[in-house]
Design a protein around this ligand. Structure first.
Ligand code: GRF
Length: 481
């Protein structure tokens, strides 16, 4: 799921993936650049077995990895260079707990290394290759950060406009009855900000304050009542005006020209009606509908939580926020798969019979490579996930547990509450880590069990809460993305 980015060096495509917010570059792709597909693994192994490489890797791990096993490392160091010594990336990571290198299966599988290490490996391909790699990587980072800035700017703009949408204040503020076009005296003394205020809002800041004393007391100004489109145009006008001032264009002339630009741009934006894309989640959260969070739901059986989520995405609180692109099961005959189909949702299953945890999970990872999704939502998925699976989708797997995970983990949570005659229990939604129900808690909700005399009643009360609470929590998580 971590998106694979690609850079091109001397006609070779090199994949980059992310782990713990750090870039890892594909050594296998780099090795292929040296000698083609077949020998890539050998090239990496040959590089790994030298003393210089082992020392470099060890130094890197000691700097960045508190769990690095130094004793194991010393052992490898003493062996390095001997003609009998061989070492694969997998052996290195398994024995020393290294994090600088890892192997990944699936479509973009191969050996990946932290960029510091990948640059070092670049030299083993060729000096020119290493230099190109560094240059291309830097170029890629610049492009990436520009995209981020742009997005950030738009978000900032939108969040500012939120105030206006939230409060419906646009209807409540007043504009002075003044014809600024005809009566141009104001222009002589106007500050640059007011020049733009009149163009866009047909009002100076001072005049607005006079007719809106209540808002002024709350430290609001005319721009707090602007629409998203007006704010977008305002930001354009600010930069245009700066250029015109530099070119020594007179105020009257600038007013005329900027007004034309504003009318033109506003017309275009209003026609597109970008506001339509905004959906109100609550009084203070608006989201862009077009960016729905794509989820895959994992089930093993009945799937009542899954169905609740599907209902909420269709017509309820997750509508316009989340989209289920697949329901997956480790059981081909899980009833929930049939239910998902009746909602028109694509389903898939892989049987886990006879496979060990690691192998099965790797198969699942491979099959998910074909889907572009943001989160895996576990809803009664009765399997413990392998370490590799959790690492692959770090912080992107969410689970619901029908008890307080601080007090109870694993199966039979309702039996536990019933047998202990608990007056209340807690439903927990949490991120999944390598342990069983030990991941970071996202939210909890109490279930009143007083007077629940049978296990069926305990479970019934719990499920009612689960069904609503899971979607509510997912909605909060997805809207904070
Ligand atoms: C639910 O109680 C859920 O909390 C737990 O497994 C059960 C699954 O039920 N993880 P369903 O398949 O969603 O009906």
């Amino acid at each position: 799921m971590t998106k694979i980015k690609k850079i091109k060096i001397e006609n070779n495509i090199i994949s980059i993936t992310q782990f713990d917010d750090e870039d890892y570059i594909c050594l296998t792709d780099m090795a292929k650049a040296k000698q083609g597909d077949n020998r890539a693994a050998d090239i990496i192994k040959n590089w790994l077995r030298t003393r210089t490489t082992i020392e470099f890797l060890g130094t890197w791990e000691k700097l960045y990895n508190p769990n690095f096993k130094v004793v194991e490392f010393d052992h490898f160091k003493s062996e390095a260079g001997l003609h009998t010594f061989v070492l694969s990336p997998k052996q290195w990571t398994e024995k020393t707990n290294a994090i600088g290198i890892f192997s990944k299966s699936g479509r973009y599988g191969g050996t990946y290394a932290h960029r510091d290490i990948a640059f070092e490996f670049g030299a083993a391909v060729s000096a020119t290759f290493k230099l190109f790699l560094i240059k291309e990587y830097q170029r890629y980072k610049i492009i990436e950060s520009n995209q981020y800035n742009l997005e950030w700017d738009v978000k900032r703009l939108l969040s500012k406009a939120n105030y206006h949408i939230q409060t419906d204040a646009v209807k409540k503020h007043i504009l002075p009855e003044k014809d600024y076009e005809k009566e141009k005296k104001w222009l002589i003394y106007a500050e640059e900000a007011d020049l733009l205020n009149v163009i866009l809002f047909n009002c100076t800041a001072k005049d607005w304050r006079e007719v809106n004393p209540e808002h002024t007391k709350q430290r609001l100004n005319i721009r707090d009542f602007a629409s998203i489109n007006e704010l977008a145009v305002l930001s354009n006008l600010e930069s245009l005006n700066a250029v015109m001032i530099n070119n020594k264009i007179k105020k009257h002339q600038r007013f005329k020209e900027l007004k034309e630009v504003a009318e033109y741009q506003l017309n275009i934006l209003n026609e597109q009606n970008s506001m339509k894309a905004l959906k109100k989640l609550s009084d203070d959260i608006y989201i862009n509908q077009k960016k729905m969070t794509k989820i895959i739901i994992f089930i093993s059986g009945r799937g009542s939580n899954m169905e609740a989520i599907l209902k909420e995405t269709k017509n309820g609180i997750l509508n316009g926020i989340a989209e289920t692109i697949l329901v997956f099961s480790d059981k081909k005959d899980a009833i929930g798969l049939q239910t998902a189909k009746t909602y028109g949702i694509k389903t898939a299953s892989i049987s886990a019979k006879g496979k060990n945890r690691e192998a099965f999970d790797n198969e699942v990872i491979d099959s998910l490579e074909n889907y572009n999704f943001d989160y895996i939502v576990l809803a009664g998925y009765m399997r413990i996930l392998s370490e590799n699976f959790v690492k692959t989708y770090k912080n992107k797997i969410i689970n619901i547990h029908p008890a307080d995970t601080n007090l109870h983990q694993g199966l039979h949570a309702y039996d536990w509450a019933f047998e202990n005659k608990m007056k209340k229990t807690k439903i927990t939604v949490h991120y999944v880590n390598e342990g069983v129900d030990t991941g970071k808690i996202i939210a909890q909700k109490e279930v009143d069990l007083s007077g629940a005399n049978t296990l069926e009643e305990v479970e019934k009360r719990g499920l009612v809460v689960e069904h609503r609470f899971y979607s509510e929590t997912l909605r909060t998580v997805f809207s904070q993305q």
